[in-house]
Design a binder for this molecule. Structure first.
Ligand code: HEC
Ligand code: HEC
Length: 247
């Protein structure tokens, strides 16, 4: 036998309530009305208002940091904590969460700097970005073997293991082609971003194979400019932080 039990009243009112709620919701939020509903709500709008509220809230703090000397900043634990958080948000994707670098991206914790170890150079790298460009030399050198000769010479000046005969053949080529950007002694050229090749610190790998690949095919390595993303005072704070890491 089938019973015809009425629904419990509380249950029925709950149903009416949810129906009413969904109509109100659809009108207020993106739903039936165009352009984000009555409240004009959007994810990007919410994000932007949160960012501007945060900027407003932290502006006095950032202003104070902007007026501090680099030494004071480096000794200010709170400032360095802020910087560490900024670093993990904006920089860690490329440089690694410990700033130790990833293949192709420089380590920021060592004392080896491509573009100089003074605060202004570090700040310039962050604010304006950098573009390291080295053309490939395989066809100019005349093939893979000639590339390996120069690579062996590079290993020789960097203090690595090398084939003496091959390096001997590569030396002359190095002095003709490479010295203009890497220096006649291999110590590098900071204006051109030509890395120091004598310090056994490698961005693109230390094996004969990897060094040959760089020499043969060249590299283009971009550090993006952060002035629009971070602004001046955050960039400066990060520059102090990064410089401090390398000690
Ligand atoms: C998209 C990847 C990427 C991001 C994000 C990035 N960097 Fe870099 N950074 C690079 C690359 C690549 C280089 C090397 C550029 C070159 O060789 O010319 C570099 C170089 C640098 C240098 C110069 C190092 C030297 O030896 O002179 C500094 C300083 C630096 N980055 C700091 C930062 C900071 C601080 C942040 C965060 C605000 C950041 N980077 C975010 C990729 C990145
Ligand atoms: C036009 C300037 C220029 C010339 C000429 C040049 N290089 Fe470079 N080289 C660069 C730059 C800039 C970089 C850094 C690329 C980057 O930012 O990642 C580089 C990087 C390298 C690296 C990678 C270093 C590392 O840490 O991984 C090696 C090795 C190298 N060059 C060897 C040579 C040799 C050998 C020659 C001559 C056949 C040569 N280069 C000629 C500009 C030059």
């Amino acid at each position: 036998m089938e019973y015809d039990n009425p629904l419990p009243t509380w249950w029925l009112y709950l149903l009416y309530l949810t129906v009413a709620f969904s109509f109100v919701y659809l009108i207020l939020y993106p739903g039936i009305l165009p352009n984000g509903g009555f409240l004009k709500w959007s994810q990007i709008g919410q994000y932007e208002s949160e960012v501007s509220r945060a900027n407003e809230r932290y502006a006095p703090l950032m202003d104070a940091y902007a007026k501090s000397s680099p030494t004071d900043l480096a000794n200010n634990q709170k400032a360095m904590k802020t910087a560490a958080r900024l670093f993990s948000q904006s920089c860690a994707v490329c440089h690694g969460s410990d700033a130790g670098g990833t293949p192709g991206i420089p380590n920021l914790t060592d004392s080896d700097w491509i573009y100089g170890d003074d605060l202004d150079s570090v700040l310039a790298s962050i604010v304006d970005g950098r573009m390291g460009v080295m053309p490939g030399w395989e066809s100019f050198l005349g093939g893979r073997e000639a590339v390996a000769d120069v690579a062996n010479y590079v290993l020789q000046i960097s203090g690595g293991e090398f084939d003496a005969q091959s390096a001997g053949r590569g030396e002359a080529q190095y002095k003709i082609i490479c010295a203009s950007c890497h220096g006649i002694d291999g110590a590098g050229n900071r204006q051109l971003g030509g890395m120091n090749l004598t310090d056994d610190v490698w961005v693109h790998g230390s094996s004969l194979q990897e060094i040959s690949d760089v020499i043969g095919s060249g590299v283009t390595n971009e550090m993006p400019a952060h002035k629009d993303i971070l602004g001046e005072s955050k960039s400066r704070l990060l520059a102090v932080y990064v410089k401090n890491l390398s000690k």
